[in-house]
Write a new protein. Structure first.
Length: 359
């Protein structure tokens, strides 16, 4: 029996995708071998590779002005790769620090160039987002994290950046809702939450930024290298891209991003309703206007109750609910592939737990 999987990443994958991967693992389409054993230059892999790229382009609505790239190194590599490509000596970028992942991005950005922090949510415990964003003069881009996985804060509407391209780390909410890709200069996302297994990172970047990017950095770190070679400059993470291509099929079968978004909103509404109906027992610190549909965080009256909550949930087949080690508490990750029934089971458990332990 499958668990109710609330892990933040790597996280739950659609069961039909897992079953198809299982069935194709030993032998792929009568090849006499697995896809992960064959050349990444073979026609069989070429079909899978291009299907993954086309699926991303279709579901994200990527215009012809942008390239779609598949790169290794995780989203963390992009914290350094973005400024290495887009900034030259004496130039700077803006950044909004809304939680742990944008803090890490700031740290890496500052090893390459200077940064102007337009907003830092530290004083509020990273529970809010700025009401307005005013890019600094001469900024080459503005970096945001569209969804802070650890803190449960999510941009509902994206800021206007004027002439400065908007760069977004969408690792934890990519394809969870429709977006207008044309309003972004660059989007990057690790696969391990909504796209597939860990090991491949998706980058969607405006072609003019590719062309104008620096060429005095190592080849692998240049976006043009991957754009020119159709993301086949070196051996790609074949298995991860195969899985990604199957997830693209699954998203299509669900009705696309708009249908996925409605399901995600419904799941989040179930959980936040339980939190709001029990404010003396479950405390969600995040501003209600920016609560994440992907990662809901909350605290119980004390850490002993939190430990008991996690233990009791595990006994009922619910895993991955312990908050990130840096902040504690409870975290509920509700990515695309998490069934509504899992959220319903958790909500029932939460109501029962509060009734048994509340005053």
């Amino acid at each position: 029996m499958r668990k109710h999987n609330f892990y933040a990443g790597p996280s739950t994958l659609p069961v039909p995708v897992l079953e198809e991967l299982r069935d194709q693992m030993v032998e792929y389409k009568d090849m006499g071998m697995s896809l992960v054993e064959t050349s990444h230059r073979s026609k069989e892999y070429d079909e899978v590779h291009n299907a993954a790229l086309q699926g991303l382009r279709e579901h994200l609505g990527v215009p012809d002005t942008h390239d779609v790239l598949l790169i290794g190194g995780g989203a963390t590599l992009q914290f350094g790769m973005v400024p290495m490509n887009l900034l030259r000596a004496g130039e700077h970028a803006d950044i909004i620090v809304s939680g742990s992942w944008s803090k890490k991005a700031l740290s890496d950005l500052q090893t390459v160039a200077s940064a102007t922090v337009l907003f830092d949510g530290k004083d509020s415990g990273y529970t809010s987002l700025p009401a307005a964003v005013n890019p600094s003069s001469g900024a080459k881009y503005l970096h945001i994290a569209s969804n802070e996985t650890i803190g449960g804060v999510q941009w509902k509407d994206f800021p206007s950046t004027g002439d400065a391209p908007l760069v977004a780390d969408m690792s934890s909410d990519i394809l969870s809702r429709p977006i207008d890709v044309s309003s972004f200069g660059l989007i990057f996302a690790g696969a391990q939450k909504n796209l597939g297994p860990a090991g491949v990172t998706v980058v969607v970047i405006r072609k003019d930024l590719v062309a104008s990017g620096r060429d005095d950095i190592p080849a692998y770190l240049q976006y043009r290298t991957h754009a020119d070679k159709n993301s086949l400059y070196n051996t790609p993470p074949v298995f991860c891209i195969h899985a990604l291509s199957l997830v693209m099929n699954w998203i299509r079968d669900q009705g696309g991003p708009a249908a996925i978004a409605k399901t995600n909103q419904d799941k989040a509404a179930l959980l936040y309703t339980v939190l709001d109906e029990n404010p003396q027992f479950f405390h969600c610190p995040v501003d209600p206007n920016v609560r994440s549909t992907m990662n809901a965080v909350f605290r119980l009256p004390n850490e002993d109750l939190e430990a008991e909550f996690v233990k009791g949930a595990s006994a009922q087949g619910m895993v991955g609910l312990k908050g990130h080690r840096s902040v504690g508490g409870i975290r509920v990750s509700m990515y695309n592939a998490l069934p509504r029934t899992s959220v319903e089971a958790l909500c029932a458990y939460m109501k029962d737990f509060a009734a048994r332990h509340g005053e």
